[in-house]
Design a protein around this ligand. Structure first.
Ligand code: SDX
Length: 436
């Protein structure tokens, strides 16, 4: 634990015993202070109870800061708006992994590493063939990324900082290849190898859309848009999938297995799967005159339908990534000559209506990072089944940066929450003949 200033204490009084207990309050550099309750159970015999962790800080971190009320997102202190405008994904990946923006030499070395770790072991190509062609790309990503631990034995020692760095670089460098090959496999097209003369996002789009039959030129505008989208998705504090990676890593599991666990968690429609769900929702709405029907359903407690791409556990203001995503959406559609994109028209009208509706205003539900991304990917010709795979591609550097931060913690312990038990108390076994 960093020697952060200890500002004050809070007192817990147990009215049933009249006993009071003091707990230290720890102040970070910015954001809410935390009550250090590590001794709560030992001192009081009580657990905290916080399903969904709405009020729980699971760790100390220096990587990403979010202010949900102000709509602020910082990667290592740099505002997401400035990184999206002035940086590129490879530089942001270096920043997240190392804590500082690279010097020219550091950038050159990192570029070399990313370029020379982006191929997959040739036998992994056969691994894809075990899947049905219509397997969801996230199922393929879970399987292939977990399988990387069966190939890269020289970067599995989690106690060796060098091996942790090699595994981290391998994961960030290989993810575009893993994702693009999942798409190619679904098409029945041959895998396209990464090109060493191409930059990260351009290489990914080339592996997605090139064929061995003719040269394929990636649009610089689309490569820049994809690069910016990757930056926006790179990390996001202790979200569900990052917490999954940390918990998996706390047991000493290898980094490839931990990232596979993160991919599995991201897949859910309440999390990274929302971008695919947004596009399916916009297609189901079909036209702006049907929007009121879906708004009504989203507000109906008896209807499980939620407005996908809206709401956030932390942001109670506009998700700063969604603003940048909307601007990028217009740029891409202009570049592709798709100004009259019907899905965008529905999305913008849906946003306008929702943001003027008391239900969404009172519950502070704003568009999140997933609301516009699917429209961009769809316009680029990427199928909706690949949207969450792109999210996983981008988030891998955030996951592995958080994993590295945890592995370097001297006080790192296995994560083992407790529970509120409301099941049956101890009772004797009942033989079959005694059960009616
Ligand atoms: C991501 O954590 C992260 O940082 C995630 C992420 C990242 O970068 O890693 O930002 C990426 O996952 C973005 C979120 C993508 N998911 C969606 O767009 C799915 C739709 N959104 C909801 O499922 C929901 O808003 C969550 C899951 C995002 C947040 O859920 P919370 O914080 O648990 O809030 P909640 O479900 O308790 O909702 C509070 C209230 C509820 O109503 P009440 O029970 O209080 O009456 O708001 C309602 C909810 O019913 N509500 C919605 C809604 N989201 C919340 N009602 C309609 N439509 C919605 N989208």
């Amino acid at each position: 634990m960093t020697n952060t200033a200890q500002k004050k204490t809070v007192t817990l009084t147990d009215n049933s015993t009249g006993k009071s207990y003091e707990f230290p309050v720890i102040q970070g550099t910015v954001g809410p202070d935390v009550v250090d309750i590590r001794n709560l159970y030992a001192d009081t015999g009580l657990f905290t109870f916080d399903p969904g962790f709405t009020s729980t800080g699971s760790c100390e971190s220096k990587i990403t800061f979010i202010d949900g009320d102000e709509g602020v997102l910082l990667y290592r202190g740099y505002p997401i708006e400035e990184l999206a405008e002035h940086s590129d994904f490879t530089e942001v990946a270096y920043l997240l992994l190392n804590g500082e923006l690279p010097t020219a030499k550091e950038r050159s070395d990192f570029d070399y590493s990313m370029t020379h770790h982006n191929m997959l072991h040739e036998q992994l190509a056969y691994f894809y063939r075990g899947f049905r062609r219509d397997a969801h790309p996230m199922a393929v990503m879970c399987g292939v990324v977990g399988a990387l631990s069966a190939f890269y034995h020289d970067s599995l020692d989690i106690n060796d900082p060098h091996q942790r760095m090699v595994a981290s670089h391998r994961l960030v460098a290989k993810m575009p290849t893993v994702a693009a090959w999942a798409y190619k496999y679904s098409l029945g097209q041959p895998f396209i190898y990464p090109r060493n003369e191409m930059r990260y996002a351009e290489n990914f789009l080339h592996m997605m859309f090139a064929t061995p039959c003719e040269p394929y030129k990636v649009s610089p505008i689309l490569a820049k848009a994809m690069d910016r989208i990757l930056i926006l998705h790179a990390d996001h504090e202790q979200n569900a999938s990052t917490s999954t990676v940390r918990l998996a890593g706390s047991s000493g599991a290898n980094p490839f297995a931990c990232i596979a666990a993160g991919i599995a968690s991201l897949w859910g429609p309440a999390h990274g799967g929302a971008n695919e769900a947004v596009l399916n929702m916009l297609k189901a709405i079909g036209s702006t005159d049907r929007i009121p029907e879906f708004i009504r359903r989203a507000k109906d407690k008896n209807d499980s339908f939620k407005l996908m791409g809206f709401g956030h556990r932390v942001y109670k203001n506009y998700d700063p990534r969604a603003k940048i995503m909307e601007r990028t959406c217009h740029e891409v559609l202009d570049e592709l000559g798709m100004k009259s994109n019907s899905l965008l028209a529905i999305a913008m009208e849906l946003e306008r209506i929702a943001l003027s509706d008391d239900y969404f205003i009172e519950k502070k539900l704003y568009p999140n990072v997933d609301f516009y991304s699917g429209i961009i990917f769809n316009a680029m010709g990427i199928p909706s089944s690949m949207f969450t795979a792109l999210f996983a591609l981008a988030r891998t550097v955030g996951w592995i940066s958080q994993w590295n931060e945890m592995m370097k913690e001297e006080t790192q312990k296995i994560g083992r929450p407790r529970q509120l038990y409301t099941g049956a108390v101890k009772r004797p076994f009942k033989p079959l003949h005694q059960r009616e």
